[in-house]
Design a protein around this ligand. Structure first.
Ligand code: NAD
Length: 448
């Protein structure tokens, strides 16, 4: 073993990380810098790239996106894609350069070429959910450590494959659930877990309403932009006519690529619910959809616009998750009070419950940056990251089983209580609900 790269790839290093790491990783040695590539440089990818560079977490050798560069991501004026990402990295390289020449950042549209590179240690995967599993599993099998955005998976089955690929290849996988690196969320969830509000009885989580509007029934297809490799964007998803509102950022409102706000924001607040309950890798025993509203049949956006669902846990705790104006909020209710935190702030039934609450972190300490930093630290030390693959999987499973019941709601109405076997990840005696968990995907490389 000659260098740090060999060390990172060797499974022996995983077995004895401390002995070797002390020798290889002197504080600022150039060999201590991790080489990464960003796959998916859209709304979140560009934000993460910017943070990665600002915190100087490693070398960005490559960026990859099926979009060369275009306007029209989350907001019309947002210009993202692989070329703007390359420019961002090279501008930062130039700023840091002592010689006045900037290191190049390579640019790819096919992620498989990134994975072939021996010099890349880790990849940050920030593509739509329907691509998470394929890219992540191939990266893990190519010996890369992976930061994959939340929701970690598109289906329950995806998660099992991702766990297997992570563990069989002795890789680090960090789920992009950055609340795990937010000291405020840590304080609230750990306080709930430790019994600061007595016996936990109920958790109420909130997910935001749809923040975009898509075309209604009878919508016309649009020409595919020249900058976008649309067939690869679709990848494992069904073939479908192009529309701007199908792809960039808005994919989250279509079940072919994501799961609506239940998997988008729900991946955060419901992950925190599990965290506070102390069942990071568990699940409920019962799930019921209480309400679900959808746009008219034929609308491009087909995920629920408003929802309310309920889960019961073996401990007796009830989880209610509902749509609301708050994007992400988690409220823990116990026998001795309540604690609540979310994007809009943190409160409690009694100020004494918040004694010791840290300030909301800012700048390069913000939760996304801290979570990326935790990933890079774990790539170096081979320690478990704060949101390992099993945690990301379990939180996503909760969202997927809720969505199964939400999607059945128009068919069956209220009152359908499904029993969930968390150990075997299956609904008990409800084949229709189990059918809803199966997400048919195409082979993304068959060209069919
Ligand atoms: N942690 C958070 O708080 C947070 C916030 C926003 C988004 N996200 C997650 O990040 C992911 C991306 O969301 P977004 O809002 O950035 O979407 P986006 O549409 O703005 O960006 C996704 C990018 O991936 C590219 N892409 C698609 N398929 C690709 C492929 N096969 N290879 C390379 N590039 C490909 C697209 O062209 C696009 O540029 C989602 O899973 C989302 O849930 C997480």
């Amino acid at each position: 073993m000659n260098n740090r790269r060999d060390f990172l790839k060797s499974s022996a290093a995983v077995a004895a990380p401390l002995l070797v790491s002390a020798r290889c990783f002197s504080a600022d040695a150039p060999s201590n810098r991790i080489n990464v590539a960003f796959i998916g440089t859209g709304n979140q990818g560009m934000g993460m790239l910017k943070r990665f560079l600002a915190a100087d977490l490693g070398n960005v050798l490559a960026v990859c996106d099926v979009n060369e560069g275009s306007y029209g991501y989350k907001e019309p004026e947002h210009f993202y894609g692989r070329n703007p990402a390359k420019e961002m990295v090279e501008t930062d390289n130039l700023r840091r350069s002592k010689s006045g020449t900037a290191n190049k950042c390579d640019v790819y549209s096919d992620f498989r070429q990134v994975l072939q590179r021996e010099d890349i240690d880790a990849v940050v995967v920030v593509v739509p959910d329907h691509w998470h599993r394929t890219i992540t599993v191939m990266a893990l099998e190519a010996g890369k450590d992976v930061y994959c955005e939340k929701p970690l998976t598109f289906s329950v089955a995806d998660g099992r494959q991702m766990i297997e690929a992570t563990r069989n290849n002795n890789r680090i996988l960090q789920t992009g659930s950055q609340e795990r690196s937010n000291p405020v969320s840590q304080f609230i969830c750990e306080a709930a877990k430790a019994g600061r509000i007595g016996k936990l009885t109920r958790i109420v989580t909130k997910v935001g309403y749809n923040n975009k509007v898509g075309p209604g029934p009878g919508w016309d297809a649009m020409p595919v932009p020249k900058t976008l490799d649309y067939p690869t964007w679709l990848g494992p998803a069904p073939v479908a006519p192009y529309h701007d509102d199908r792809c960039l950022y808005r994919f989250r409102f279509n079940y072919d690529y994501s799961g609506g706000q239940i998997t988008n924001f729900g991946a955060h607040c419901n992950d925190m619910a599990h965290w506070g309950m102390g069942i990071d890798t568990g699940g409920p025993v019962e799930v019921e959809c209480l309400d679900a509203k959808f746009l008219p049949e034929g609308s491009l956006f087909n995920t629920a616009t408003e929802t309310r669902f309920r889960c019961k846990y073996v401990s007796g705790v009830e989880l209610i998750c509902e749509s609301g104006p708050e994007s992400v909020q988690t409220r823990f209710e116990g026998s001795d009070g309540w604690l609540q935190t979310g994007y809009k702030g943190t409160t409690a039934s009694n100020p004494e419950l918040l004694v010791g609450l840290p300030n909301k972190p800012t700048g390069t300490q913000d939760p996304h940056s801290a979570h990326l930093a935790n990933f890079i630290e774990c790539v170096k030390t081979r320690k478990e990251p704060r949101a390992p693959v099993e945690v990301g999987h379990s939180s996503a499973v909760l969202c997927h089983i809720a969505n199964a019941m939400i999607r059945l709601f128009p068919e069956t109405g209220p009152g359908r209580v499904a029993k969930w076997d968390a150990a075997n990840e299956t609904f008990v005696g409800d084949e229709r609900a189990n059918e809803m968990l199966v997400r048919q995907q195409r082979d993304p490389f068959s060209g069919g």
